[in-house]
Design a protein around this ligand. Structure first.
Ligand code: IVH
Length: 677
């Protein structure tokens, strides 16, 4: 904390400065290079502010090796390092609206406006996106390079990954592209996509990310673009680097032009332009209220002098431009105590440690538990029972332990170890080398059964509306249900014997079970909870086999004909289908009267047996093209792979064309596709 009370002595200042440099370097590396921050941005900013304050007080401390001379993290080795034509700066920032007023005064003073003068400066304010800053270099309208910020002077060439971001045009949408246009903006993952991604990764036993920013940064740093291509990255443009052959008048003009060129920018209702700083202050409060409801993470607002001419006059100071500032929001963080760490058993047997905390409010929501994911995560953060911790809501949604307040740790505390036996049934847990978690291998484990049934009845699976978690607990604890098909054998009299169940609610339970029997093959396959078979894969399987009978007698060769199914998934499916107990269970389920709706799609037609993917702008709407394909018996895929029969290519196609070329997938224009039919 910057101490205003008494000025430290030269010696004290030197010592503290040395300490701060070390701390900041350490946290820079954690944040920028390893994507594993241990402290909040707020705490980091406090350290930085203290460092700058000391250097102002004692200018001799401001040596070349001070982090105040740098703008970000160092580039990591594997990527080619490329110098930015113009340095990528950072912004002065603060956590209070008073600083916005001061910013306005500073700007006016610098531009030599008289005190009391009524001359106005127009500001353009927008969201401070909490992702990964990126520079896109367009030469003659073509995307030739994408660079991370790196240390602000030299970035990393991550073009291969950035090209997989679908909303980034590979070619600018303009007849007369400028010779050079460097677009700066933020790579992001939307909150909703982040939750899906982590859920999927958790199911597959892969790495889970602490928050969307880390997920985006981790993805951009992958050496293999195939990984990036499967991650839901987005991009939002907000500034320029070097340009040649194009000029702009204002910040707003930059945004509008970039939008015309086909680059994603913030929508109009999320930005503001005004020549009254009070409006900007109101905008700050307004956005702070909207923050939890936005689709992506932000950590404040950025205010820029709108006129580029004035920006030029204002110039730079140290590491930031004088014409812009950031006002951050106080983090939605809180301190609490970990009262216990319990280990939950998931549907796939995964043993997940969960921190149970003294209830605390974060961003208006009371939080009591947070997943700690796995032993590696626990070790990395060194979280122990009894620890005082900082928590926040990652992606404003999922509670997450940010770090331990070590100074408050009790002497008696011991590291936490995830037990090597299933806490529910006592079976020895198994950890596969490529798996992040250990799992209970007992197929009769009650905890696994409960979770499997919760999945079976869930809305996107069998959709048994009236059977909730509590009821499932009761069913399993009372040995009424030992597998899925037992649900359909439940009788009114048995249910009446359970506490707190009235006759009417029992009728409703039975009715909803009955109704769930009418389903689709895709939902049924998804409901079975076969390892690695999510909703999308289940749909593809259903499309391929059409009937349950054909699916049940499949083999490896046939399974791998299903798009997007490789050896790993096919092995898991066969393992499931060959299991005697599952075979009996499937028979029982079908005997219970599960009925499949006919798939809506016509599977007949000239395109039968071929798969398609549409990319770029076609003369008709994309949905129309897709409908046309399905109506004529074709199948739609979601990515380019060697299993794709045809890529249908329109104008301004993305990276899919490159991939199709590499894999030798045939390409068609819309006209050629119609001719096929
Ligand atoms: S303008 C001189 N606009 O904040 C910097 N930056 O601390 C000009 N950021 O590295 C950048 N949202 O990654 C600008 N709407 C926005 C932004 C934004 C987030 C990031 C950017 C930059 C950092 C500055």
């Amino acid at each position: 904390m910057p101490t205003k009370a008494s000025k430290p002595s030269q010696k004290q200042a030197e010592n503290r400065h040395e300490e701060l440099k070390k701390l900041i370097r350490h946290h820079d590396e954690l944040y920028h290079t390893l994507d594993q921050p241990e402290i909040s941005d707020f705490d980091y900013d406090q350290l930085f502010t203290e460092l700058l304050a000391l250097e102002t007080e004692y200018p001799n401390l401001n040596t070349n090796d001070s982090p105040s001379h740098r703008v970000g993290g160092a580039a990591i080795d594997q990527f080619q390092k490329v110098a930015h034509r113009k340095p990528m700066l950072s912004l002065a920032n603060s956590y209070s609206t008073d600083d916005l007023i001061e910013f306005d005064e500073r700007v006016k003073k610098f531009l030599r406006f008289e005190k009391e003068s009524t001359e106005k400066i127009e500001y353009f304010a927008e969201l401070k996106l909490d992702g990964l800053s990126m520079e896109l270099v367009y030469e003659d309208g073509l995307l030739v390079r994408a660079l991370t910020r790196g240390d602000g002077i030299i970035g990393e060439d991550v073009t291969h990954n950035v090209k997989t971001i679908k909303t980034i045009p590979l070619k600018l949408k303009t007849k007369k592209p400028p010779k050079l246009l460097e677009v700066r903006g933020e790579v992001l993952i939307f909150k909703k996509d982040f939750i899906d991604l982590n859920q999927k990764n958790e199911e597959l036993g892969q790495m889970v990310f602490a928050n969307p920013r880390n997920a985006a940064a981790g993805t951009i740093r992958q050496l293999d673009p195939k990984i990036a291509a499967t991650r839901p990255l987005k991009f939002m443009a907000y500034a320029l680097g070097e340009t040649d052959g194009i000029t702009f008048k204002s910040q707003e003009n930059i945004s509008e032009t970039l939008h015309e060129f086909g680059l994603p920018i913030l929508s109009k209702d999320l930005v503001v332009r005004s020549d009254d700083i009070e409006d900007i202050v109101n905008y700050y409060h307004d956005i702070e209220k909207k923050r939890p409801h936005l689709e992506f993470d932000i950590d404040g607002i950025v205010v820029k002098v709108n006129s580029l001419e004035k920006q030029e006059d204002l110039g730079l100071v140290a590491r930031s431009p004088r014409w812009a500032t950031a006002a951050k929001f106080k983090p939605e963080q809180a301190e609490t105590i970990i009262e216990d760490i319990v280990v939950q058993v998931g549907r796939t047997g995964a043993l997940t440690p969960v921190a149970i905390m003294a209830p605390v409010k974060v961003g208006g929501v009371t939080i009591t538990n947070a997943t700690l994911h796995n032993q590696d995560e626990i070790d990395r953060k060194d979280v122990r029972i009894g620890d005082t911790v900082y928590i926040q809501r990652a992606g404003d949604v999922i509670p997450e332990v940010v770090g331990v307040v070590l100074s408050k740790r009790k002497k008696s505390s011991v590291p936490f170890l995830v037990p090597d036996h299933c806490p529910a049934c006592g079976t020895k847990a198994v950890k596969e080398p490529e798996d992040a978690v250990s799992r209970c291998p007992n197929p009769f484990c009650k905890a696994v059964l409960k979770e499997s049934i919760k999945h079976f009845v869930s809305r996107r699976a069998m959709n048994v509306e009236k059977v909730g978690d509590k009821l499932i607990e009761t069913f399993v604890n009372n040995d009424l249900v030992e597998n899925f098909s037992d649900l359909y054998k439940l009788e009114k009299d048995t249910l009446l014997g359970l506490e707190r169940q009235g006759e009417k609610s029992i009728d409703n339970i039975l009715k909803s079970l009955e109704a769930s029997k009418k389903t689709t093959l895709a939902k049924f396959i998804y409901a079975l909870g076969i390892r690695f078979v999510g909703e999308q894969t289940a749909k593809l399987i259903a499309d391929h086999y059409i009937t349950i009978e054909d699916f049940l007698k499949t083999d490896a060769e046939e399974l791998e004909k299903v798009p997007e199914i490789g050896p790993k998934v096919s092995t898991a499916i066969l393992y499931f289908l060959k299991d005697k107990r599952w075979q009996t269970e499937l028979k029982n389920l079908l005997k219970a009267g599960i009925e499949f709706e006919k798939p809506k799609r016509s599977n007949e037609g000239p395109l039968k047996g071929f798969s398609f993917l549409v990319t770029g702008t076609l003369p008709v709407k994309r949905e129309q093209a897709q409908q046309f394909i399905e109506e004529n018996g074709g199948k739609l895929l979601s990515s380019v792979s060697s299993k794709l029969s045809y890529l249908v290519v329109g104008d301004d196609p993305g990276s899919k064309v490159d991939k199709a070329q590499t894999l030798g997938v045939k390409m068609l224009s819309w006209e050629e596709l119609q001719a096929l039919v």
